[in-house]
Design a protein around this ligand. Structure first.
Ligand SMILES: C[C@@](CO)(OP(=O)(O)O)[C@H](O)COP(=O)(O)OP(=O)(O)OC[C@H]1O[C@@H](n2ccc(N)nc2=O)[C@H](O)[C@@H]1O
Ligand SMILES: Nc1ncnc2c1ncn2[C@@H]1O[C@H](COP(=O)(O)OP(=O)(O)O)[C@@H](O)[C@H]1O
Length: 287
């Protein structure tokens, strides 16, 4: 059982309000990139998680990996004994605004739903997912969507054009709660997305330019390197638009084609985490 856990990218992120419990109401066009962690699962006695891959060391001190929390929550809700040996190949930087941990947890829910023969629907899994993290319902489907509520209200995105994405992170972890706390300013209306979608990356970039990421200024305040990442992305030949994803510090740049994005990454500093390519192929479970 092998599941891809693709990176989530918030093409825009408006904070539209705040709930009584402090959680923020969001409006975000969310896509998934070809960059992904990989989770495999097989039946075993008890529950275990083995970590490997270039970013695994960042999780060595993590007392309770989201993958194990997701596995235990699913087993408890389904009334089964959690029996699985899980292996996570960690390639996405941790605490970086592209939802790697959320993608891993979602991949675990999908894999174990099949491995344990539970037959839960995506909607039923999503209810469980929200309690684990606001981003996890969107990561369950890993399909382009418009996110509202605190992350639990999802509708399909308008048709997206073929395009390329570069992702870059200065290798500074930025915890999501700190960025929300540092945010100043009021609330913004949801973006008016064209139902027919966009003909090409240029048209998408034109619309995105009128919207924004309402967490970007707060993230730059906490982590000034985000501004350097944005400047470096904007200087790449062929870059249509650059913006921070989620609560940062990862930023994305939009290109006309995956090949243009892949070629552009070489010009970014070697010390950064860098990736270039296309969108995650919808429905692709394997890698
Ligand atoms: C900001 C976003 C945008 O996609 O992405 P990331 O930067 O995390 O990737 C998400 O909403 C993050 O989702 P996720 O990382 O799952 O958040 P959670 O673990 O549920 O919450 C972490 C903390 O972020 C704040 N939080 C999160 C979501 C939300 N809608 N309002 C909030 O205020 C709360 O302070 C919460 O305690
Ligand atoms: N499998 C995992 N991958 C990443 N982070 C994890 C994982 N399990 C637990 N975490 C914790 O979740 C936090 C948020 O992780 P992540 O999803 O990578 O960031 P973000 O929400 O900013 O995109 C991390 O700081 C880490 O402490």
């Amino acid at each position: 059982m092998l599941e891809a856990a693709p990176a989530k990218v918030n093409l825009h992120l408006h904070v539209t309000g705040r709930r009584a419990d402090g959680y923020h109401l969001l409006d975000s066009l969310v896509v998934f990139a070809g960059a992904a962690d990989a989770l495999s699962a097989r039946i075993a006695e008890g529950l275990s998680l083995h970590l490997e891959g270039p970013e695994a060391s960042a999780l060595a001190g993590e007392a309770d990996n989201l993958v194990l929390r997701a596995a235990r929550a699913l087993a408890e809700a389904a009334g089964v004994v959690p029996r699985a040996a899980l292996t996570l190949v960690k390639r996405l930087p941790v605490a970086s605004g592209i939802g790697g941990g959320s993608a891993d947890a979602a991949a675990a829910l999908r894999a174990l739903n099949r491995l344990w023969g539970l037959g839960w629907s995506e909607a039923r899994l999503a209810g469980l997912a929200l309690a684990l993290g606001a981003d996890i319902p969107a990561c369950l489907a890993s399909r382009p969507c418009v996110m509202a509520g605190v992350g639990e209200v999802l509708r399909p995105a308008p048709p997206l054009p073929g395009c390329g994405l570069v992702l870059a992170n200065p290798r500074i972890a930025l915890p999501t709660p700190a960025v929300f706390r540092a945010r100043a300013g009021g609330f913004r209306a949801a973006a008016a997305l064209p139902e027919a979608g966009w003909a090409d990356a240029a048209a998408l970039a034109r619309d995105l330019a009128g919207w924004g990421n309402d967490l970007e200024a707060a993230a730059i305040g906490l982590c000034p390197a985000v501004a350097s990442v944005l400047a470096a992305l904007r200087a790449l030949p062929g870059c249509r638009l650059a913006r921070m994803s989620g609560s940062g510090a990862t930023c994305f740049a939009l290109f006309d084609a995956p090949e243009d994005a892949a070629a552009a990454t070489a010009a970014l500093p070697e010390g950064w985490w860098r990736w270039g390519g296309g969108l995650h192929a919808a429905g692709a479970a394997g890698l």
